[in-house]
Design a protein around this ligand. Sequence first.
Ligand code: AAL
Length: 410
Amino acid sequence: MLFVVSVSCTDKKTEKQDGFPFILPEEKPEREMSAAMERIYTDYSAPQPQNNELFSQFKYTELKGFDYNGYDGTITRRDPSKVLFHDGKYYIWYTYRNTPTPPQGAENCNDTIPSSDWDLSEIWYATSTDGFNWEEQGVAVKRPEKPLVGWRSVTTTDVLKWKGKFYLYYQGFMEASGKRGDDCPVTVSYADSPDGPWVPHNEIVIPNGDKGEWDQYSIHDPYPLVHDGKIYIYYKSDFGEKSHLVRMQGLAIADNPLGPFKKHPLNPLITSGHETSLFPFKEGVAALVYKDGPEHNTIQYAEDWVNFEIASITELMPYAAAPFVPDAFNDTKDGRGITWGMAHFINATGDWSRFCSKLVRFDCDLSQDVHDPEMKQHRVNYRPDVYYRQGLSQKQRKRIFERKPGPAFQ
Ligand code: AAL
């Protein structure tokens, strides 16, 4: 017996209410509303982006002070650290590759020819007084001798200041990236000054997960913050089959900068994104979630630093975003937010045969202390060439032109 239940789209209550008001209420109105209308009052801090403290556009500025050998692919700078301010100067650390050739793939690499853009790399650093003009200072962390962790490549670093000492966490490759996958654990070096000398710990501090676990092969993008009197390191892992690689973010917590780090039992904590980019905001932590996954192009927020919700949807987000976070290590209960930082453009020329990446500065308004309406515009107006560059592939054109009119066309 088939029971058909008809649901009337308007019941008695809604029939009585007036039409929705002409001026959008700032506060949730007392009325029956659709799911979408409910959501702008329950899920976001304001019903419109311009009033949402965790919504922003992003503006980009080319940096001065870095040479890329004419972008021939032999020099790359990428995956910058958060910006640190110390003794009147800004500091950044980043992956630096300087090899005789551009990356040649895992099957063609050797001790001098890189497999990928971040293979055979070191960690270098630069300083600036204004965040736009930089002075490269040279190497901070070299590749150690084989078989020490990171002997193949040390990359994708981030900085922690803890009890007056400085720590650089980074990916330590023991094989060329791409042999199996982008496989590595995380290790650390430490110093009494941001200018070094940096002492390698030469031990893995965030190990790969156990066999069959989501983070069994890669622990990427270590991103330290201080919360609750502990060191919180958020990180990314790539998992699943190569054809359907999934990238998500986890968290490992320690009382001591050299570990042991305990992975959070709820990992993964963020279902999307690529490089980890976060900042304390009010009592919680906010995350810039871009590039990959079902919730990319969002800014997310976790009041408990673990359970993230979407706080806003945005676009043209900085890749490998590494903000200047003045209160990253203060164990703050009122995170002030961010207004600028570093990021990177991978494949800076678009020519895969000379793949190299470059650092860039981004600016935004994700701050409790700044209100910049220009950063709160609802959309980015792209010029036509941006759309035309996102053109049909040959395979797509073939499919379209070969499609014969049929029932669907009637
Ligand atoms: C980056 C980061 C990590 C990966 C590779 C280099 O964007 O996610 O560092 O290993 O790509």
